[in-house]
Design a binder for this molecule. Structure first.
Ligand SMILES: [Zn+2]
Length: 230
């Protein structure tokens, strides 16, 4: 009984890995290159796997990601600044949160992980989708995850399920859980801009800072511009 944790290198999946480790189920992590703009998160994922002493698996879906129109993968589209708002993929201009949607990213990642989990003998794929993503990212919503779980059981002959520990938890809630588990957030990377440090102005940086400072805690992240709390 062990987990294959989808690990991006960000704070949410790092916390999911910590939770899995606490349950004695952390078997391995799967880190995916999908042509994201900042390679720093891949190094973060390697560091986190080493920290938790789990097997690190890496797959390259960069040619898949390069086909997608999203500010997270296409360097010709600016990453919008400011907090996330509701957005629909393909709707609105360059400043719309909808432009940050990577079409079917989570679904693709989960199904890529299912085959590897079944091969390696892990009985759960863990993905850190959370409640604050539901408005913008359709493949993080509970109804999608329920459908994926049905498909996962069918495609793996009932041997692998999809576990989403944070599907009803906010990002601030994830930070609270992570602090109680001693997650080394200084090793994590969230920003989707391509700079040498977290930009501090994109929606992800703002959410990260908000989550890590909730309850009066100190955010260990180095930002180019310290985000304003929302
Ligand atoms: Zn940023």
């Amino acid at each position: 009984m062990s987990d294959l944790v989808l690990l991006s290198g960000g704070m949410d999946s790092a916390t999911a890995l910590a939770l899995s480790a606490q349950e004695g189920r952390a078997g391995a992590v799967l880190n995916i290159n999908y042509s994201q703009r900042n390679a720093a998160e891949i190094q973060s994922a390697r560091s986190l796997a080493e920290h938790y002493g789990v097997d690190y698996h890496f797959i390259d879906l960069s040619s898949w990601g390069a086909k997608l129109r999203s500010s997270f993968t296409d360097p010709t589209i600016d990453v919008p600044s400011g907090p996330y708002s509701n957005g629909v993929y393909g709707d609105g201009g360059a400043d719309s949160t909808g432009v940050t949607v990577v079409p079917s990213r989570n679904g693709t990642f989960v199904f890529a992980a299912l085959g590897i989990a079944q091969t390696l003998g892990h009985d759960r794929v863990v993905t850190a989708v959370h409640a604050d993503d539901h408005d913008v990212y359709p493949d993080t919503r509970p109804e999608f995850i329920a459908a994926v779980n049905t498909a996962a059981l069918l495609s793996t002959s009932g041997t692998v399920t999809v576990h989403t520990p944070f599907s009803r938890t906010s990002k601030a809630g994830i930070g609270k859980i992570g602090r109680s588990l001693g997650v080394p957030y200084e090793l994590t990377w969230s920003c989707y801009s391509a700079g040498p440090s977290h930009c501090g102005t994109c929606g992800t940086c703002i959410l990260r800072h908000d989550a890590l400072t909730a309850g009066g805690h100190t955010d260990p992240t180095v930002y180019a511009v310290v985000p304003e709390l929302v």
